[in-house]
Design a protein around this ligand. Sequence first.
Ligand SMILES: Cc1cc2nc3c(=O)[nH]c(=O)nc-3n(C[C@H](O)[C@H](O)[C@H](O)COP(=O)(O)OP(=O)(O)OC[C@H]3O[C@@H](n4cnc5c(N)ncnc54)[C@H](O)[C@@H]3O)c2cc1C
Length: 405
Amino acid sequence: MDKGRVAIIGGSLGGLFAANLLHRAGWRVDVYERVSEELAERGAGVVTHPELFDILALIGIDDARIGVEVASRLTLSREGEVVGEHPHPQVLTAWGRLYALLRAALPSEHYHNGKQMVGLVQDGEGVVVDFADGSQAAADLLVAADGIRSTVRQLLAPEVQPQYAGYVAWRGLVDESALSPATHGRLFGHFGFCLPPREQMLGYPVAGAGNAMEAGSRRYNFVWYRPADEAEVLRMSTDNAGRVHAKGIPPPLISDAVLAEIRTVAGTSLSPQFAEVVARTSQPFFQPIYDLESPRLAFGRVALLGDAAFVARPHCGMGVTKAAGDALALAGWLDRLPSAAALAAYSDERVAYGSRIVAHARHLGAYMQAQLANEHEMRMAELYRTPAAVMRETAVPPRFGQEPG
Ligand SMILES: Cc1cc2nc3c(=O)[nH]c(=O)nc-3n(C[C@H](O)[C@H](O)[C@H](O)COP(=O)(O)OP(=O)(O)OC[C@H]3O[C@@H](n4cnc5c(N)ncnc54)[C@H](O)[C@@H]3O)c2cc1C
């Protein structure tokens, strides 16, 4: 049954979840992605949760193909000794693997590269989208899955802006074959942590280049949170030629001095195993950490979804699962109600959910902030700094209602 046409802006994971679910529900979908070629591997690991597998199964993607399983978590001291363990089986995957599976699940005629959305007009009949190449597309509904700097959101709710959290995440992937046997033996098979003062290092194995899953061709993914005020982020965003990349420095342009510095700090503040991971990662990169909260997600015929709607700090590892959950909720409401009422119900449900995840992740990250704003943040920083609390709470879906207010 043809239910109508949906234009989806943004062809990353959020857009692909929405496209796949709405396509299967009988909508005519078109995904418009500004990047001209296939989206490249973004070199980032992703933790999974049971809800994510449930939604992938609805799209016909079975869980055996998704990632690498670990049995437990451990925390290493600065000296490299195990100072805490926590059983927690979990499947770890990579952005590129999920993208490849979701992209292959959507018939390719519904995905359009090189389409940068620059404007939109909506009325009682539908939505018309303008692209930078001068073309237009018409649809009954529009889904904005265009990320934290969403063009759609900036047109419809310009007051909603990302708030810098006061720390960055250094990230990277290293081939397992590049690690020494001692480090490989200690780190592979676990979700690992190291907790220097005011910092947090974590890492886990993921699929290798080209999504290889065989032992010997996988990679190790790390995320290292470090406080940095805004002036420090600008310094780190200055390339070898002295140019400042205020909107984010592309990884290959990070200066030799900043890379040398991070490797030196890794050697002095992390366990020897994690210092080796950083030293042997050929292209570490950093991302400033933000909070973003939209008070509503429905604007007439337009719905915000994924990072365009809410961005929680990565400590719950919920970004991809939340984007998938947004897509499922939107498809579900559109199945039950006429479009306008469905978008309003979707907004109510996912604003409540997104706000709670953002608040919980903010508490988990308070310990890393360059500055703590108030007494509540100080209390949360103390609450979530021990190895036991970090291993219990990180990269697990929040259990709402069990946290001090
Ligand atoms: C340090 C860090 C660690 C993380 N770890 C995890 C983790 O372990 N687990 C997890 O689930 N999540 C994690 N995340 C979050 C996760 O990456 C995102 O939440 C998730 O990818 C959902 O993104 P999205 O599809 O909504 O947006 P994005 O991935 O940002 O995609 C937006 C897309 O829209 C396109 N676009 C933008 N503007 C336009 C336009 N005008 N026209 C057309 N196209 C446009 C962009 O090119 C892009 O492809 C992490 C994030 C960070 C920063």
